[in-house]
Write a new protein. Structure first.
Lengths: 121, 121
DNA sequence: CCGGATCCCCAAGGATACTG
DNA sequence: CAGTATCCTTGGGGATCCGG
């Protein structure tokens, strides 16, 4: 998959790659899931260090606002990529980490990274 | 890269995967490049058949409007993913095809597709 | 400390009419 | 046929203030 392929090779393979049996494209929902100004950065921070508290994430992602961080984390949790662990203490403590589903995105990031290193100056 | 890895493996590898030497993340610009409601569908159509004329693309992507298709194609051409070939005939004819840079996205689509087939019901 | 609730802004998305 | 030009709508992104 890594060397440059001819257009004929590409066309021969593409239907099995980006189209499933029922005719749906599995790529679109994944791209949509990773959209949003802060999501990739949040995932990246949780890759480097995990778990992370809300305040730690906010500090790393400055100048993100509380609202934006809360919304992004909720969506990531809703998509099953991030796990939220709440401890009922005073003062409150909440820790975020990647799920297995989130960690399984690594091959995706790897492929994108390879492409980016080749084509992004 | 394909079997599930432990979180320790993941953390050990991630910095080399989604962070380059200069500290920039090469993933973000690629995701941004693929954003937009119609771009992935356009790329997909050009994978299946190429070259395609403006009207053919418009027909395949119904109910896309002229404005949206024009904008998306211009951005894709500006990013070097799509090639535009104009023939000075009457009536006018313009054909679009993927560049090598665009075809090289196949490993990315493949990785996303694998993830999607595992996690998207 | 970790958010929720509101209100605002602007760019992306889109409908419609027109043209070389 | 392959677009342009124009105007309109929508929702993601964000600032600010409030609460358990």
């Amino acid at each position: 998959m890594n060397q440059t392929m001819t257009y004929e090779d590409f066309q021969r393979r593409v239907s099995s790659v980006i189209l499933t049996e029922n005719g749906n494209c599995p790529v679109t929902p994944v791209i949509q899931m990773l959209q949003g100004k802060w999501k990739l950065q949040i995932i990246y921070e949780l890759c480097i260090q995990s778990p992370m508290r809300f305040g730690e994430l906010k500090k790393m992602l400055t100048p993100i606002t509380n609202t934006m961080l809360t919304n992004a984390l909720k969506e990531l949790e809703g998509d099953g990529l991030v796990h939220r662990e709440q401890y009922n203490e005073i003062p409150p403590r909440v820790e975020y980490s990647l799920t297995e589903k989130g960690r399984d995105l690594l091959p995706v990031f790897y492929a994108i990274s390879q492409w980016g290193m080749k084509y992004i100056p």
